[in-house]
Design a binder for this molecule. Structure first.
Ligand code: FES
Ligand code: FES
Length: 139
């Protein structure tokens, strides 16, 4: 592997995991967000070699036995996507936030700021917030 291949390109072009989307390719839109050892990272800004030895999870690994994850089901229920371009990135960001929610509880007030690194041009964000709050449960 060439050392300068980004993690996003490696996932999409080499592994054919095209659920990770590329928008801005310079760290602004969040579309390329994946989980690296459980932490949300922008795969357009990381080199694939930097992920060596770490656990990378993309949207393709979120469903279990063909069933959507709780978060994916909540996105469906609340219609938290339209074109879907931003959705894999939002799911990764939200999974990381939910994993951390015991230390940093998620609230309706805080979520817009916590999601500010992911851009959605379709939904107006509110359905995304509702979906995440449903999975987070009462805080
Ligand atoms: S494509 Fe990586 S942040 Fe936009
Ligand atoms: S659903 Fe279209 S950009 Fe978010």
């Amino acid at each position: 592997m060439e050392p300068r291949v980004s993690l996003a390109d490696f996932l999409r072009d080499r592994l054919r995991l095209t659920g990770t989307h590329l928008g801005c390719e310079h760290g602004v839109c969040g579309a390329c967000t994946v989980l690296l050892d459980g932490e949300a990272v922008r795969s357009c800004l990381l080199l694939a070699v930097q992920a060596q030895g770490h656990r990378v999870q993309t949207v393709e690994g979120m469903a279990r036995a063909g069933r959507p994850s709780r978060l994916q089901a909540a996105f469906e229920k609340h219609r938290a996507y339209q074109c879907g371009f931003c959705t894999p990135g939002f799911l990764a960001t939200a999974e990381a936030l939910l994993a951390d929610a015991s230390k940093h509880p998620l609230t309706r007030e805080k979520l817009p700021e916590l999601l500010a690194g992911n851009i959605c041009r379709c939904t107006g964000y509110q359905p995304i917030v509702e979906a995440i709050l449903e999975v987070a449960g009462p805080s």
